[in-house]
Design a protein around this ligand. Structure first.
Ligand code: NAG
Length: 177
């Protein structure tokens, strides 16, 4: 009796998990639902990339917009999304945007000491289509940072370890200013 019961449970488990997988796979393919995920940090060294002393910003606001690549018309606009405790966000998108340029942009920072934007790097480009060979519904956006008003004193050490100053000498100011 106990044995029959175990067999019944196991087959029920197999049945439910395979029907779940089936529903999940077809659902994702047919409805073009995506999740765009990313991270917002405080650029504590004002260098426009993440370092080990960058800090996640919780409560930062971002949004996603897609524009027709040919005429620039808006093809998708998400509501404003707020980052979690760990500075992460997830934006639901429905549709296929193969012919659009989609960007996540920073809207506002909850931290007055860390809210500086730089026009050309505050966007994170994401490709939102199932026709590019990327499987699954998650699309990762590059991290976006607000610059701290004043760099932390530890930055000098951290950036020296990264070879940042040598690079600055080699490439000139325009790359890193
Ligand atoms: C994008 O714009 C072009 C030119 O106006 C138009 O022909 C095309 O249908 C648009 N595509 C989408 C997806 O809206």
């Amino acid at each position: 009796m106990a044995k029959a019961c175990v067999i019944a449970l196991v087959s029920l488990a197999i049945y439910t998990s395979s029907s779940f997988n089936f529903a999940y796979a077809t659902g994702a393919a047919e409805s073009n639902k995506f999740k765009v995920v990313g991270h917002v940090y405080c650029d504590t060294c004002r260098v426009e990339f993440e370092t080990k002393i960058s800090q996640p910003i919780s409560g930062a606001v971002v949004k996603l917009e897609c524009r027709n690549r040919t005429d620039g018309a808006l093809t998708f606009q998400s509501p404003e999304i707020t980052t979690t405790q760990s500075g992460d966000y997830s934006i639901d998108v429905e549709g296929d945007f193969q012919d659009s340029d989609c960007d996540v942009t920073l809207v506002k920072s909850p931290r007055p000491d860390c809210s500086d934007l730089t026009e050309d790097w505050r966007k994170a480009r994401v490709v939102i289509t199932s026709l590019d060979g990327v499987s699954g519904d998650i699309r990762f956006a590059n991290s976006l940072g607000f610059k701290k008003k004043e760099a932390l004193p530890e930055c000098k050490k951290v950036l020296t370890e990264l070879g940042y100053y040598e690079l600055q000498d080699e490439l000139g100011q325009e790359v890193v200013s």
